[in-house]
Design a protein around this ligand. Structure first.
Ligand SMILES: Cc1cc2nc3c(=O)[nH]c(=O)nc-3n(C[C@H](O)[C@H](O)[C@H](O)COP(=O)(O)O)c2cc1C
Length: 354
Protein backbone atom coordinates (compact mmCIF):
# COMPACT_ATOMS: atom_id res chain seq x y z
CA UNK A 1 0.00 0.00 0.00
CA UNK A 2 1.73 3.15 -1.28
CA UNK A 3 2.06 6.27 0.88
CA UNK A 4 3.58 9.64 0.06
CA UNK A 5 6.01 9.01 2.95
CA UNK A 6 7.93 5.77 2.34
CA UNK A 7 8.22 4.07 5.74
CA UNK A 8 10.94 1.75 4.41
CA UNK A 9 13.26 4.70 3.80
CA UNK A 10 15.01 6.96 6.29
CA UNK A 11 13.65 10.35 7.33
CA UNK A 12 16.52 11.96 5.40
CA UNK A 13 15.66 10.12 2.17
CA UNK A 14 12.04 11.12 2.53
CA UNK A 15 13.13 14.70 3.21
CA UNK A 16 15.35 14.79 0.11
CA UNK A 17 13.31 12.73 -2.35
CA UNK A 18 9.69 12.80 -1.20
CA UNK A 19 6.83 13.08 -1.42
CA UNK A 20 6.27 9.90 -3.42
CA UNK A 21 3.07 10.61 -5.31
CA UNK A 22 2.16 8.17 -8.04
CA UNK A 23 -1.18 9.50 -9.24
CA UNK A 24 -2.38 13.07 -8.92
CA UNK A 25 -6.05 14.04 -8.77
CA UNK A 26 -7.44 16.44 -11.38
CA UNK A 27 -7.16 20.15 -10.51
CA UNK A 28 -10.18 21.15 -8.44
CA UNK A 29 -12.61 23.68 -9.75
CA UNK A 30 -12.77 27.03 -7.92
CA UNK A 31 -14.44 26.65 -4.54
CA UNK A 32 -16.11 29.16 -2.30
CA UNK A 33 -13.81 30.90 0.13
CA UNK A 34 -14.01 30.56 3.88
CA UNK A 35 -12.09 32.25 6.65
CA UNK A 36 -9.68 30.73 9.13
CA UNK A 37 -8.13 32.96 11.81
CA UNK A 38 -8.55 35.97 9.55
CA UNK A 39 -7.17 34.33 6.39
CA UNK A 40 -9.25 33.57 3.34
CA UNK A 41 -9.00 29.84 2.56
CA UNK A 42 -10.46 27.49 -0.05
CA UNK A 43 -11.37 24.93 2.59
CA UNK A 44 -10.99 24.23 6.29
CA UNK A 45 -9.05 21.01 5.69
CA UNK A 46 -5.35 20.67 6.34
CA UNK A 47 -2.38 18.52 7.19
CA UNK A 48 -1.08 18.88 10.76
CA UNK A 49 2.56 19.05 11.80
CA UNK A 50 4.51 15.99 10.72
CA UNK A 51 3.97 14.65 7.22
CA UNK A 52 5.02 17.89 5.48
CA UNK A 53 8.79 17.76 5.96
CA UNK A 54 9.81 20.81 3.92
CA UNK A 55 8.77 23.20 1.13
CA UNK A 56 8.55 20.44 -1.49
CA UNK A 57 6.06 18.59 0.69
CA UNK A 58 4.09 21.73 1.55
CA UNK A 59 3.70 22.65 -2.13
CA UNK A 60 2.89 19.10 -3.21
CA UNK A 61 0.06 18.91 -0.65
CA UNK A 62 -1.11 22.41 -1.63
CA UNK A 63 -1.47 21.05 -5.16
CA UNK A 64 -3.37 18.06 -3.79
CA UNK A 65 -5.95 20.54 -2.43
CA UNK A 66 -5.10 20.73 1.28
CA UNK A 67 -5.44 24.35 2.36
CA UNK A 68 -4.13 24.55 5.95
CA UNK A 69 -0.55 23.40 5.61
CA UNK A 70 1.57 22.86 8.70
CA UNK A 71 5.34 22.74 8.26
CA UNK A 72 6.85 19.95 10.42
CA UNK A 73 8.09 21.14 13.83
CA UNK A 74 11.37 23.08 13.75
CA UNK A 75 13.79 24.07 16.52
CA UNK A 76 16.37 26.78 17.22
CA UNK A 77 19.11 24.12 17.08
CA UNK A 78 19.87 21.47 14.46
CA UNK A 79 18.66 18.11 15.81
CA UNK A 80 18.99 14.68 14.11
CA UNK A 81 16.07 12.33 13.57
CA UNK A 82 15.74 9.09 15.50
CA UNK A 83 17.01 6.22 13.29
CA UNK A 84 14.86 4.27 10.82
CA UNK A 85 12.33 2.71 11.25
CA UNK A 86 10.38 5.82 12.18
CA UNK A 87 6.94 4.51 11.26
CA UNK A 88 5.33 1.05 11.51
CA UNK A 89 1.78 -0.24 11.11
CA UNK A 90 -0.09 -1.30 14.22
CA UNK A 91 -2.19 -4.43 14.53
CA UNK A 92 -4.97 -2.41 16.17
CA UNK A 93 -8.39 -2.51 14.54
CA UNK A 94 -10.59 -1.16 17.35
CA UNK A 95 -10.66 2.39 18.70
CA UNK A 96 -8.21 2.81 21.57
CA UNK A 97 -9.91 3.75 24.83
CA UNK A 98 -8.50 4.84 28.17
CA UNK A 99 -8.50 1.29 29.57
CA UNK A 100 -6.01 0.37 26.80
CA UNK A 101 -3.47 2.90 28.10
CA UNK A 102 -0.51 1.14 29.73
CA UNK A 103 -0.87 -2.02 27.61
CA UNK A 104 1.65 -2.64 24.81
CA UNK A 105 0.56 -2.61 21.15
CA UNK A 106 1.98 -4.80 18.40
CA UNK A 107 3.58 -3.33 15.27
CA UNK A 108 4.62 -4.73 11.88
CA UNK A 109 5.56 -3.51 8.42
CA UNK A 110 2.44 -5.13 6.92
CA UNK A 111 -0.46 -2.76 6.22
CA UNK A 112 -4.09 -3.65 6.96
CA UNK A 113 -6.29 -4.56 4.01
CA UNK A 114 -8.07 -1.21 3.92
CA UNK A 115 -6.60 2.30 4.07
CA UNK A 116 -9.40 3.40 6.36
CA UNK A 117 -8.14 1.01 9.06
CA UNK A 118 -4.54 2.22 9.10
CA UNK A 119 -3.02 3.04 12.47
CA UNK A 120 0.68 3.59 12.81
CA UNK A 121 3.28 4.31 15.40
CA UNK A 122 5.75 7.06 14.64
CA UNK A 123 8.89 8.27 16.35
CA UNK A 124 11.15 10.94 14.89
CA UNK A 125 12.16 12.96 18.00
CA UNK A 126 11.33 16.26 16.27
CA UNK A 127 14.37 16.51 14.00
CA UNK A 128 15.28 19.98 12.76
CA UNK A 129 17.65 21.60 10.29
CA UNK A 130 19.68 24.59 11.49
CA UNK A 131 17.41 27.69 11.62
CA UNK A 132 19.21 29.33 8.68
CA UNK A 133 18.36 26.33 6.50
CA UNK A 134 14.73 25.97 7.61
CA UNK A 135 14.16 29.73 7.35
CA UNK A 136 15.28 29.67 3.71
CA UNK A 137 13.07 26.64 3.07
CA UNK A 138 10.03 28.25 4.73
CA UNK A 139 10.57 31.32 2.55
CA UNK A 140 10.51 28.97 -0.47
CA UNK A 141 7.27 27.36 0.73
CA UNK A 142 5.68 30.76 1.28
CA UNK A 143 6.75 32.04 -2.14
CA UNK A 144 5.32 28.90 -3.72
CA UNK A 145 1.97 29.37 -2.00
CA UNK A 146 1.85 33.07 -2.91
CA UNK A 147 2.44 32.17 -6.56
CA UNK A 148 -0.59 29.83 -6.38
CA UNK A 149 -2.81 32.72 -5.25
CA UNK A 150 -4.90 33.34 -2.16
CA UNK A 151 -6.63 30.51 -0.33
CA UNK A 152 -3.92 28.42 1.31
CA UNK A 153 -2.04 29.20 4.51
CA UNK A 154 1.39 28.29 5.78
CA UNK A 155 1.43 27.37 9.45
CA UNK A 156 4.85 26.63 10.93
CA UNK A 157 5.11 24.30 13.91
CA UNK A 158 7.86 25.27 16.34
CA UNK A 159 9.12 23.99 19.67
CA UNK A 160 11.52 25.10 22.38
CA UNK A 161 14.54 22.92 23.11
CA UNK A 162 15.74 22.21 26.66
CA UNK A 163 19.36 23.22 27.25
CA UNK A 164 19.02 26.48 25.27
CA UNK A 165 18.43 28.64 28.35
CA UNK A 166 14.89 29.54 29.37
CA UNK A 167 12.52 27.09 27.63
CA UNK A 168 9.70 29.63 27.13
CA UNK A 169 12.20 32.10 25.62
CA UNK A 170 13.48 29.41 23.25
CA UNK A 171 9.88 28.66 22.17
CA UNK A 172 9.50 32.39 21.46
CA UNK A 173 12.78 32.53 19.56
CA UNK A 174 11.81 29.62 17.29
CA UNK A 175 8.41 31.20 16.64
CA UNK A 176 9.95 34.60 15.85
CA UNK A 177 12.41 33.05 13.39
CA UNK A 178 9.52 31.25 11.67
CA UNK A 179 7.51 34.48 11.38
CA UNK A 180 10.54 36.28 9.94
CA UNK A 181 10.83 33.50 7.37
CA UNK A 182 7.23 33.92 6.20
CA UNK A 183 4.91 31.84 8.40
CA UNK A 184 1.30 33.04 8.20
CA UNK A 185 0.56 31.44 11.56
CA UNK A 186 2.57 29.77 14.31
CA UNK A 187 1.74 26.51 16.00
CA UNK A 188 3.71 25.63 19.12
CA UNK A 189 4.08 21.96 19.87
CA UNK A 190 3.45 21.41 23.55
CA UNK A 191 2.93 17.69 23.11
CA UNK A 192 5.45 15.37 21.42
CA UNK A 193 5.51 11.91 23.03
CA UNK A 194 8.76 11.03 21.23
CA UNK A 195 11.15 13.25 23.14
CA UNK A 196 12.63 12.25 26.45
CA UNK A 197 13.01 15.81 27.75
CA UNK A 198 10.36 18.22 29.07
CA UNK A 199 9.13 19.92 25.89
CA UNK A 200 7.04 16.87 25.03
CA UNK A 201 4.67 16.93 27.97
CA UNK A 202 4.28 20.65 28.64
CA UNK A 203 0.56 20.49 27.75
CA UNK A 204 -0.19 18.56 30.95
CA UNK A 205 1.01 21.52 33.02
CA UNK A 206 -1.56 24.37 32.91
CA UNK A 207 0.73 26.98 34.47
CA UNK A 208 3.89 26.28 32.47
CA UNK A 209 2.05 25.82 29.16
CA UNK A 210 0.30 29.18 29.66
CA UNK A 211 3.60 30.84 30.49
CA UNK A 212 4.97 29.55 27.18
CA UNK A 213 1.87 30.60 25.20
CA UNK A 214 1.98 34.06 26.72
CA UNK A 215 5.70 34.49 25.99
CA UNK A 216 5.28 33.34 22.39
CA UNK A 217 2.19 35.50 21.80
CA UNK A 218 4.03 38.54 23.09
CA UNK A 219 6.88 37.80 20.67
CA UNK A 220 4.76 37.24 17.54
CA UNK A 221 2.12 39.93 18.13
CA UNK A 222 -0.77 39.79 15.68
CA UNK A 223 0.37 36.57 13.97
CA UNK A 224 -2.17 33.88 14.97
CA UNK A 225 -0.94 31.42 17.60
CA UNK A 226 -2.10 27.82 17.68
CA UNK A 227 -1.17 25.44 20.48
CA UNK A 228 -0.87 21.74 19.74
CA UNK A 229 -1.83 19.56 22.67
CA UNK A 230 -2.03 15.87 23.46
CA UNK A 231 -4.75 13.82 25.11
CA UNK A 232 -5.53 14.73 28.72
CA UNK A 233 -7.21 11.97 30.69
CA UNK A 234 -8.47 14.09 33.58
CA UNK A 235 -11.26 16.49 32.40
CA UNK A 236 -10.44 18.87 35.27
CA UNK A 237 -6.80 19.17 34.15
CA UNK A 238 -8.02 19.74 30.58
CA UNK A 239 -10.37 22.50 31.77
CA UNK A 240 -7.58 24.10 33.78
CA UNK A 241 -5.15 23.94 30.87
CA UNK A 242 -7.68 25.48 28.48
CA UNK A 243 -8.58 28.21 30.98
CA UNK A 244 -4.93 29.13 31.54
CA UNK A 245 -4.07 29.23 27.83
CA UNK A 246 -7.26 30.78 26.45
CA UNK A 247 -6.22 34.44 26.88
CA UNK A 248 -3.06 33.94 24.81
CA UNK A 249 -4.04 31.65 21.93
CA UNK A 250 -6.02 31.91 18.71
CA UNK A 251 -6.59 28.18 18.31
CA UNK A 252 -6.13 24.83 20.02
CA UNK A 253 -5.17 21.87 17.86
CA UNK A 254 -5.31 18.28 19.00
CA UNK A 255 -4.64 15.68 19.58
CA UNK A 256 -1.02 14.79 19.04
CA UNK A 257 -0.24 11.06 19.03
CA UNK A 258 -1.03 8.85 22.03
CA UNK A 259 2.06 7.46 23.75
CA UNK A 260 2.24 3.64 23.92
CA UNK A 261 4.80 0.88 24.39
CA UNK A 262 5.04 -0.72 20.95
CA UNK A 263 6.48 -4.20 20.45
CA UNK A 264 7.20 -6.76 17.71
CA UNK A 265 5.42 -10.13 17.69
CA UNK A 266 8.31 -11.57 19.79
CA UNK A 267 7.82 -8.90 22.46
CA UNK A 268 10.96 -6.84 21.72
CA UNK A 269 10.77 -3.07 21.16
CA UNK A 270 9.48 -2.43 17.64
CA UNK A 271 11.47 0.78 17.26
CA UNK A 272 14.94 -0.09 18.62
CA UNK A 273 16.04 2.16 21.47
CA UNK A 274 12.56 3.57 21.98
CA UNK A 275 10.33 1.76 24.42
CA UNK A 276 7.41 4.14 23.82
CA UNK A 277 6.33 5.91 20.67
CA UNK A 278 3.41 7.91 19.31
CA UNK A 279 0.26 6.21 18.02
CA UNK A 280 -1.87 7.87 15.35
CA UNK A 281 -4.37 7.08 12.60
CA UNK A 282 -7.73 5.31 12.81
CA UNK A 283 -7.24 3.92 16.33
CA UNK A 284 -7.05 7.34 18.02
CA UNK A 285 -10.13 8.92 16.40
CA UNK A 286 -12.43 8.18 19.31
CA UNK A 287 -10.08 9.65 21.96
CA UNK A 288 -9.43 12.65 19.77
CA UNK A 289 -13.09 13.34 19.08
CA UNK A 290 -13.92 12.97 22.77
CA UNK A 291 -11.35 15.59 23.64
CA UNK A 292 -12.40 17.95 20.83
CA UNK A 293 -15.98 17.65 22.11
CA UNK A 294 -14.88 18.50 25.66
CA UNK A 295 -12.93 21.56 24.48
CA UNK A 296 -15.92 22.79 22.46
CA UNK A 297 -18.15 22.41 25.53
CA UNK A 298 -15.66 24.40 27.63
CA UNK A 299 -15.48 27.02 24.91
CA UNK A 300 -19.25 27.43 24.84
CA UNK A 301 -19.63 27.44 28.61
CA UNK A 302 -16.83 29.92 29.30
CA UNK A 303 -17.28 31.94 26.07
CA UNK A 304 -13.64 31.47 25.09
CA UNK A 305 -12.60 33.12 21.88
CA UNK A 306 -10.35 30.57 20.17
CA UNK A 307 -10.78 28.18 17.25
CA UNK A 308 -10.64 24.40 17.64
CA UNK A 309 -8.75 22.24 15.14
CA UNK A 310 -9.77 18.57 15.13
CA UNK A 311 -6.82 16.21 14.54
CA UNK A 312 -6.70 12.46 14.97
CA UNK A 313 -7.86 9.50 12.93
CA UNK A 314 -9.30 11.39 9.96
CA UNK A 315 -9.06 8.79 7.19
CA UNK A 316 -12.15 9.55 5.05
CA UNK A 317 -14.50 12.39 4.15
CA UNK A 318 -17.09 10.96 6.59
CA UNK A 319 -14.59 11.46 9.41
CA UNK A 320 -14.15 15.11 8.37
CA UNK A 321 -17.92 15.48 8.52
CA UNK A 322 -18.05 13.83 11.98
CA UNK A 323 -15.54 16.35 13.33
CA UNK A 324 -17.47 19.21 11.72
CA UNK A 325 -20.64 17.98 13.38
CA UNK A 326 -18.87 18.25 16.74
CA UNK A 327 -18.40 21.96 16.01
CA UNK A 328 -14.69 22.20 15.23
CA UNK A 329 -13.51 25.14 13.10
CA UNK A 330 -11.06 23.13 10.99
CA UNK A 331 -9.99 19.53 10.49
CA UNK A 332 -6.54 18.10 9.75
CA UNK A 333 -5.35 14.65 8.73
CA UNK A 334 -1.80 13.30 9.04
CA UNK A 335 -1.88 9.50 8.70
CA UNK A 336 -4.97 9.65 6.45
CA UNK A 337 -3.36 12.21 4.14
CA UNK A 338 -0.16 10.14 3.91
CA UNK A 339 -1.96 7.02 2.69
CA UNK A 340 -4.76 8.81 0.85
CA UNK A 341 -3.33 11.94 -0.77
CA UNK A 342 -6.63 12.25 -2.66
CA UNK A 343 -8.51 12.99 0.58
CA UNK A 344 -8.75 16.73 -0.10
CA UNK A 345 -9.94 16.08 -3.64
CA UNK A 346 -12.59 13.67 -2.34
CA UNK A 347 -13.59 16.28 0.25
CA UNK A 348 -13.93 19.02 -2.40
CA UNK A 349 -16.24 16.70 -4.40
CA UNK A 350 -18.26 15.75 -1.31
CA UNK A 351 -18.55 19.41 -0.23
CA UNK A 352 -19.68 20.48 -3.72
CA UNK A 353 -22.33 17.75 -3.74
CA UNK A 354 -23.81 18.66 -0.34
C1 LIG B 1 4.86 11.02 10.29
C2 LIG B 1 4.35 11.89 11.40
C3 LIG B 1 5.17 12.87 11.96
C4 LIG B 1 4.68 13.70 12.96
N1 LIG B 1 5.46 14.73 13.44
C5 LIG B 1 4.91 15.68 14.26
C6 LIG B 1 5.64 16.86 14.60
O1 LIG B 1 6.79 17.07 14.17
N2 LIG B 1 5.04 17.78 15.39
C7 LIG B 1 3.75 17.61 15.88
O2 LIG B 1 3.22 18.49 16.57
N3 LIG B 1 3.04 16.48 15.56
C8 LIG B 1 3.59 15.55 14.77
N4 LIG B 1 2.85 14.44 14.39
C9 LIG B 1 1.47 14.25 14.97
C10 LIG B 1 0.37 14.74 14.01
O3 LIG B 1 0.41 16.13 13.83
C11 LIG B 1 -1.02 14.38 14.55
O4 LIG B 1 -1.25 15.08 15.74
C12 LIG B 1 -1.20 12.88 14.83
O5 LIG B 1 -0.54 12.12 13.85
C13 LIG B 1 -2.69 12.51 14.86
O6 LIG B 1 -3.28 12.71 13.61
P1 LIG B 1 -3.57 11.49 12.60
O7 LIG B 1 -4.35 10.47 13.35
O8 LIG B 1 -4.31 12.13 11.46
O9 LIG B 1 -2.24 10.95 12.17
C14 LIG B 1 3.34 13.55 13.42
C15 LIG B 1 2.53 12.54 12.86
C16 LIG B 1 3.01 11.73 11.86
C17 LIG B 1 2.12 10.68 11.28
Amino acid sequence: MQATYDIHRSYEENYQEGPFITERPPARSPVSKQTFLGFSVHSLLGVPAGPLLNANWILAYADLGFDLLVYKTVRTVATPSHPNPNCMFLNVYQPLVETDFGHPLMASMTPPTSKEMISITNSFGMPSRDPKLWQADIAKAKAGLVSRGEGQVLIVSTVGTPGQGDLAADYAKAATLAVEAGADMIEINLSCPNVVTGEGSVYTDPVFSAQISQTVKKAIGTVPLIIKIGYITNPLTLAEMVRANAPHVDAISGINTLSFEVVNSNGTSALPGRLRSGVCGAAIRQCSMNQAGRIIQLKQKEKYDFAVIGVGGVMTTSHIREYQNLGVDAVMSATGAMWNPWLAYDWALASAAS
